[in-house]
Ligand binder design. Structure first.
Ligand code: UD1
Length: 428
């Protein structure tokens, strides 16, 4: 396993060009199963989560490979396969395959999901929705077994606007005759992107971004070339890092609409932010104010996927901040590591009360999940001294070679590969 060695204290200056969003590409890859022609997803990065999804497609007999930044996917020869525990443990998004497997093969067998350790992450909403579409579901010890012989269109009222469940329902309905209505749908930009993608493939989806999505079933989909929406969480992470360290950063290809709540918080903390088309510029002197109350929630509220990074920033902001995490039940695991670095954070269930300190101090810290890991890198970048960040494999799930991007901005960060270290020891 790799680790980062970070010498904190440098200001961050420069430009970053954003690529396709991990959380858009994953459901799009799943959706490719519904299409029996080649699809090209443009401007994608080989993030570890993305590579795991392509591995599932390849194991099913489909083709999936990178050619520069283009991800080619051809599922014409894909055959039914149960998605086993080994794959679902390492990537929760395999649960997003339920809908497309049902649409393509009329059945699905998926092992219980894994992914980020940020709470129980149940799948009852997915199951209830599919049952409304006539899918018979049996839960065995290992698998969720779905029989879609009688898959039909219908009206689904989601009990909560779950992102994954909304995506699954859309995909189950794309090739299903008739009109399927999904009420209380999630409104995230990645849902709109899935709609745009399906329509580019010849499907008929409307309403995404609002409460109700309507899918008119079509007989088949055709191939296309498509550029998924930009990664708003990667964008927000780099903005937060620059805000925390001080400096000036320009983001190109930015999904500014998707970032609005993050921009508002960073502005209220004292950053100067300007926008021009899809270009966003942030400058910060590193002296930040508190955020009185920051509450995460479904889009357009503040994204839970930005909560840890902003908490790291608030740990050195002037005054007291309160964060309330309403989406996931266990998303403060990283806090113990910030405390090792000198942060003053009091946890009470889903709330964190942060009293800003003047400086964080370098230490040896370990990431346990993706965005918590990004928060620890943020903390290490602004701390005084040299920190070691373990658990880099979690960070690699959502940021491609983050150390290279940060080095270009002036950070002092290197990846130490354990393999390299072992090889050197052998040679010696
Ligand atoms: C997606 C994102 C993730 C983000 C989250 C919320 C991807 C690959 N992942 O995850 O990065 O943090 O949206 O924006 O796109 N829930 C249930 N039962 C269900 C489904 C969900 O109780 O059947 C609960 C979850 O436990 C959680 C909340 O609903 O507390 C939100 O989950 P959901 O919107 O489904 O998130 P994901 O799709 O898993």
């Amino acid at each position: 396993m790799d680790k980062f060695i970070v010498m904190g204290g440098n200001r961050l200056n420069g430009e970053i060009t954003l690529h396709a969003a991990k959380n858009a590409v994953l459901p799009l890859l799943s959706c490719c199963l519904l299409c029996e022609e080649e699809v090209v997803l443009r401007d994608c990065q080989p993030l570890s989560d993305v590579k795991k999804m392509t591995e599932i497609i390849v194991r099913m007999g489909g083709k999936a490979y990178f050619e520069n930044d283009d991800l080619h996917v051809d599922c014409s020869n894909a055959e039914f396969m149960p998605i086993d525990a080994e794959l679902t443990k390492s990537i929760r998004s395999s649960i997003f395959m339920l809908g497309s497997l049902l649409g393509r093969f009329g059945k699905a067998e998926v092992s219980y999901p894994g992914g980020c350790e940020i709470g129980k992450r149940p799948i009852d909403i997915h199951i209830a929705g599919l049952q409304k579409l006539g899918v018979k579901i049996a839960e065995t010890e290992k698998y969720i077994v779905c029989d879609g012989k009688n898959l039909h269109s219908g009206i689904i009222n989601l009990s909560m606007p779950s992102v994954g469940a909304t995506e699954n329902m859309i995909m189950a309905a794309v090739l299903t005759k008739g009109s399927t209505v999904i009420n209380n749908a999630a409104k995230e930009p990645e849902i709109i992107d899935l709609q745009n993608f399906i329509n580019a493939l010849g499907g008929k989806v409307k309403g995404a971004g609002g409460d109700t999505i309507i899918v008119e079933g079509v007989e088949r989909l055709h191939g296309c070339k498509y550029r998924p929406v930009s990664d708003r969480i990667a964008a927000g992470t780099y903005l937060t890092m620059c805000a925390a360290c001080g400096g000036e950063i320009v983001l190109n290809n930015c999904d500014i609409k998707g970032l609005r709540s993050v921009i508002d918080v960073l502005k209220s903390c004292g950053c100067r932010i300007s926008e021009e088309g899809d270009l966003l510029r942030l400058s910060s002197d590193g002296k930040l104010r508190n955020a009185a109350l920051l509450r995460t929630g479904p889009f357009p509220a503040f994204p839970t996927d930005m909560q840890p990074q902003v908490c790291a920033l608030l740990s050195v902001a002037d005054g007291v901040s309160l964060i309330e995490e309403t989406v996931f039940e266990n998303r403060f695991k990283y806090v113990s590591q910030l405390e090792i670095m000198g942060a003053d954070i009091a946890l009470d269930g889903r709330r964190a009360l942060i009293t800003g300190v003047s400086r964080l101090h370098a230490n040896i810290i370990e990431a346990e999940d993706l965005r918590g890991g990004a928060a620890l890198v943020t903390a290490a970048l602004m701390a005084d001294g040299v920190s070691t960040v373990y658990g880099v494999e979690h960070i690699d799930r959502g940021y491609y070679k983050i150390e290279d991007e940060l080095t270009r901005l002036g950070a002092d960060i290197v990846r130490v590969s354990n393999k390299l270290f072992q090889k050197r020891k052998t040679i010696a």
